[in-house]
Design a protein around this ligand. Structure first.
Ligand code: TNX
Length: 522
């Protein structure tokens, strides 16, 4: 007996040593709590392991779901440059074995149009949704689970580890937008595309383009060429302005659609229209062309609402833009028409809604339009007047919330901010984040609200760097307000997560404002 024990002693010791080293070897895990997901998902379960990309990781989608090729391509374009791995895209009926990413459409209608389920195990990533848009939103979550350097566009050092997890996620509000004023200062295709890219990362789905104002007309209208030739030739401060050709506009529409973002075009009427009045004499009541305007005043111009030609003009403009805007909406402006007598404003807006409907679009207008009868399906955008919002809801309209004191990206952060205005107060990062849409306007509840939108007016913003400085990080907070349920949001948790976005924003080359309220980790 004793001799047998001594015989197997070496084997026992070896086993003991093996067991010990295995127990002592640090387990490869990533604490999901150290990872910043914005917007915060509805449900995240940490399953305590890791998945790693390898040279042979492929992106698979079920061949019957050909609509997933687009999100698959987006994912491959994101992953290839920084990892240096080929990430082949392969249609495959069955979920493949081995290290792979699998995109699929499920019948889980509880996820809605943009929800998704993301399951990461040691071997596989499975991303499923009801609609391709949901898969695309889920890709943004996967992206944020990866190290920030994935965003670099040249080869980076691995490893590319992702914590294993199961995430179920969907948005609170269907309309989650940003508005860019390309009229006060013009911003070209490349700038707008970068803006769209950054919106996509935070799951926004609407880009509202403010295409005309007193200082500039920014979209080619073939039947009224002087609108851009003259009206597009300058901007605030007298710079050279610019405009989108219809081809360029279509390119933007496509670029946004590839990211499941809808463009809402706005032609602001009957006020904010001086650039058109400077382009065509016949649009003026006195038949005299106005001089171009390069200042910052608002509320002084109006269309001549009694002239027949005015409605011919509107019909042509709405028709040409509607024809190249696949989204359901056309924004008619309607704000600050101080130069239009009220008795003219009301019938004008009514008539305008009819013209837009004739071109098969639904109207969005700033909150002033609530004073007129509203066609079914019209949405009202709150920026200043809560009474208008309540009136709109009584008339059956849904509202988009853009409260200036919370959402206006052109408001200064604080007294030290050089750019921006402050008529609606200072909007620091906390003030921009720390509010709830469903309690903002007394009498208005969640069912009345389509969503929220953050406008960047550009009287003081002249280039991409300045744009990014005003927009980021405030827009990121708005993106979370639109997506994440109220009971999962609070400032102290959010500021930590926002701080961890710094490296990602740096790698994306974003000139964001380093608010002292945020513990940035660069
Ligand atoms: C108000 S918001 C405006 C814009 C200005 C902005 C400046 C709205 C509907 N009208 O015309 O650019 O304030 O903050």
């Amino acid at each position: 007996m004793k001799s047998l024990f001594y015989k197997i002693l070496p084997a026992i010791s070896l086993l003991l040593i093996l067991a010990l080293t295995m127990a002592l070897k640090p387990k490869k895990t990533i604490n999901l709590n150290n990872i910043s997901l914005i917007p915060r998902p509805v449900s995240v379960i940490n399953t305590g392991n890791i998945f790693s990309f390898t040279y042979s990781t492929g992106i698979f989608y079920a061949a019957k779901d050909n609509s997933l090729k687009k999100p698959a391509l987006f994912l491959a374009h994101l992953l290839r440059p920084s990892t240096g791995y080929p990430f082949p895209i392969l249609p495959d009926e069955k979920a493949p074995h081995g290290n792979s990413i699998f995109l699929t459409l499920s019948e889980n209608t509880s996820l809605g149009d943009e929800g998704y389920e993301l399951t990461v195990t040691r071997k596989r990533i499975i991303l499923s949704a009801n609609k391709p848009a949901g898969v695309f939103r889920g890709i943004q979550t996967l992206r944020q689970l990866l190290p920030a350097r994935i965003e670099e566009r040249f080869l980076q050092q691995g490893p590319w580890n992702i914590p294993t997890t199961k995430i179920v996620d969907y948005p609170s509000y269907a309309y989650r937008g940003a508005m860019l004023d390309v009229a006060r200062h013009f911003f070209g295709v490349k700038t707008v595309e970068k803006y769209i890219d950054l919106m996509a990362l935070y799951k926004l789905n609407i880009l509202h383009l403010h295409l005309s104002d007193d200082q500039g007309w920014r979209i080619e209208i073939k039947s009224w060429p002087d609108l851009t030739k003259i009206g597009g030739s300058t901007e605030v401060g007298g710079g050279k302005g610019g405009y989108f050709t219809q081809e360029q506009f279509k390119e933007l529409v496509r670029y946004a659609a590839d990211r499941y973002i809808t463009i809402v075009p706005e032609i602001d009427m009957p006020g904010h229209i001086h650039a058109a009045l400077a382009s065509y004499a016949k649009l003026n009541c006195d038949n005299k062309r106005k001089k171009l305007f390069t200042g910052k005043d608002v509320g002084f111009s109006t269309l001549c609402t009694h002239k027949t030609i005015t409605y011919q003009f509107i019909n042509d403009v709405v028709g040409e833009i509607a024809a190249i805007s696949p989204g359901p909406w056309f924004h008619i402006g309607g704000d600050e028409s101080h130069a239009t007598p009220k008795k003219d404003y009301l019938p004008f807006i009514e008539k305008l809604q009819g013209i837009v409907a004739a071109h098969h679009k639904k109207v969005i207008g700033w909150d002033e339009i609530a004073q007129t009868p509203l066609k079914k399906g019209t949405m009202v955008q709150y920026w200043a007047n809560t009474k208008n919002v309540r009136t709109a809801v009584k008339k059956g309209a849904k509202v988009i919330l853009s409260p200036a004191g919370r959402c206006y990206l052109d408001m200064k952060y604080d007294t030290a901010t050089k750019l921006g205005l402050h008529w609606a107060g200072y909007v620091n990062v906390k003030k921009a984040y720390n509010w709830s849409p469903d309690t903002l306007v007394p009498g208005i509840t969640k069912k009345d609200i389509a969503g929220i939108e953050s406008p960047l007016w550009t009287e003081t913003v002249t280039n991409l760097q300045e744009l990014e400085y005003m927009v980021f990080p405030r827009l990121i907070g708005h993106a979370e307000i639109g997506w994440t349920p109220q009971d999962l949001r609070n400032w102290s948790d959010y500021r930590q997560r926002l701080g961890k976005q710094a490296a990602r924003l740096d790698d994306l080359g974003v000139n964001f404002y380093r608010s002292k309220m945020i513990p940035w980790q660069e």
